[in-house]
Design a binder for this molecule. Structure first.
Ligand code: NAD
Length: 464
């Protein structure tokens, strides 16, 4: 794609106030592929003003008309699928088939789901002698990460628009080109000027200015827990709504009666996809003592299918690569047994990390507690089901997880006791309408489906 050297504000591409730019690097070959403007507080202010001015008319637009614009947006994204996939591969590094199927494909489904929901959602309900109106919250500041660059944008912008909110987006600095393509799609979809605005820039500058802007009514953030905590504090001080999708350290719990080979194979695939840069990845595999050695052997075998530079792409940047390699070194230092991979870079060029599996990981080790965000799986041993539950729940996070058992009933009984926002039962499929979000320090609020829409609505009661 041809990168824009401007911001998308009030329905047009406009020059940034300052001259600074951000270099976009292809993590597979380390070449600079584009430059985009590094927005400042002044750019953010212009975008928020445009969003505020557009809000009353968009909020008053009948839901059926908002639904029609969202259908057009889903169509515009579908029409750009190839360039989106190529761009995501260029700036994130994900292998092209993954970019096509997941990175470019899923957002079309999510945008279409909100077109459908906007058209049929009850924005009004009766409770006794009251009519309760569900009204849009106002101007949304959306701050997104790079790991699923288009999905993270659509999972915020589509429900916000469906609710009648207007949006200013600050995407991750590593993947701004995808955000520019998304802005082009909003333009093609015929959204009125100011309803969607894009400011590219650094988190500590443009992101912070957006989170702190007094005319933003709701900040929706996805990213690290450290930054989420700051944004939550800023929003709290301003008595402003906030939604936080943060980190995870999810457990893949394999109960004694489960199909071990399937659970291990799916578990390894789950982590290796997107080079482990998935907040909901099941990075801790929990296996009973009796079948532990068998599971380790199966995992060692399964991981051979994931080769850096082939099925496994690089990490997004040099910093993430160094961070993940540091965690692998820490795992070795703390006594975990390396059964595949290791800290050495597998290729000379590109920010690659070897797909890595550790056995003999104990729950207190750093690699069992902290989010690594790379292609690293830890296999832990449990003694009985209660021990498995203690280990599964024994981190500060609670975003996702999986349970495998002899039957669904047994798996569900275990899942009910897990402190986590989403659990896949015996290999359950991804559902783009199921609420996604965290317990504990994995976040506040939910995305996707009707629960995601509710985040952008506020209630007003009329008594009769
Ligand atoms: P990050 O927190 O550094 O950045 C995320 C976004 O916040 C980027 O757009 C960045 O520019 C912006 N930002 C950074 N500092 C800011 C500040 N002070 N004020 C406002 N905005 C700021 O995270 P990252 O390194 O880009 O992403 C990796 C992390 O995100 C991982 O911890 C991962 O688990 C988490 N994540 C969570 C989810 C989820 O749905 N729960 C999804 C993806 C990623």
């Amino acid at each position: 794609m041809q990168a824009h050297d401007q911001m998308y504000i009030d329905g047009a591409w406009r020059p940034a106030v300052g001259r600074d730019t951000i270099a976009v690097v292809n993590p597979a070959d380390e070449q600079v592929i584009a430059h985009v403007p590094a927005g400042t507080a002044e750019d953010v202010d212009a975008a928020v003003r445009a969003a505020r001015a557009a809000f009353p008319a968009w909020a008053a637009t009948p839901p059926a008309e908002r639904a029609a614009r969202l259908t057009a947006l889903a169509d515009a994204l579908a029409a750009r699928k190839d360039v989106l996939a190529e761009t995501i591969t260029a700036e994130l590094g994900s292998p092209l088939p993954l970019s096509q199927m997941v990175h470019a494909g899923v957002p079309v489904l999510v945008a279409a789901s909100y077109a459908e929901l906007a058209g049929r959602h009850a924005f009004e309900e009766r409770i006794g002698n009251s009519t309760v109106l569900l009204e849009p919250v106002g101007v949304v500041g959306a701050i997104t990460p790079w790991n699923y660059p288009l999905h993270q944008i659509v999972a915020k912008v589509a429900p916000a628009l469906a609710a009648g909110c207007t949006v200013v987006l600050k995407p991750a600095e590593d993947t701004p080109l995808t955000a520019q393509l998304f802005a082009e799609a909003t333009e093609a979809a015929g959204l009125p000027p100011g309803v969607f605005n894009l400011v590219t820039g650094l988190g500590a500058v443009a992101g912070q200015a957006l989170a702190a802007h007094e005319d933003v009514d709701l900040v929706s953030f996805t990213g690290s827990t450290a930054v989420g905590r700051q944004i939550g504090a800023t929003a709290g001080a301003a008595v402003k709504r906030v939604a936080l999708e943060l980190g995870g350290k999810s457990a893949n719990v394999i109960l004694p009666g489960a199909d071990l080979a399937k659970a291990v194979n799916v578990g390894i695939a789950n982590v290796m996809t997107n080079s482990g840069q998935t907040c909901s990845a099941w990075t801790r595999m929990l296996v009973d003592a009796e079948r532990y050695d068998e599971a380790v052997e199966l995992a060692a075998n399964a991981v051979t299918k994931y080769v850096a530079g082939e099925r496994v792409g690089p990490l997004v940047n040099a910093k993430q690569q160094a961070r993940v390699r540091g965690y692998i070194e820490k795992g070795v230092e703390e006594g975990a047994r390396l059964i595949s991979g290791g800290p050495d870079a597998p290729l000379e060029t590109g920010f690659y990390v070897s797909p890595t599996v550790f056995a003999d990981v104990t729950p207190d080790m750093t690699i069992a507690q902290e989010e690594i965000f790379g292609p690293v799986v830890s296999i832990l041993r449990y003694e009985d089901v209660d021990d498995a539950l203690r280990i599964a729940n024994g981190t500060v996070y609670g975003l996702a997880g999986a349970v495998w058992a002899a039957d669904d009933e047994e798996a569900v009984a275990f899942a009910r006791r897990m402190d986590t926002g989403q659990v896949d039962i015996n290999g359950g499929r991804f559902n783009p309408l199921a609420p996604f979000g965290g317990y504990k320090q994995s976040g506040v609020g939910r995305e996707l489906g009707p629960h995601g829409l509710a985040e952008y609505l506020q209630t007003k009661s009329l008594q009769f």
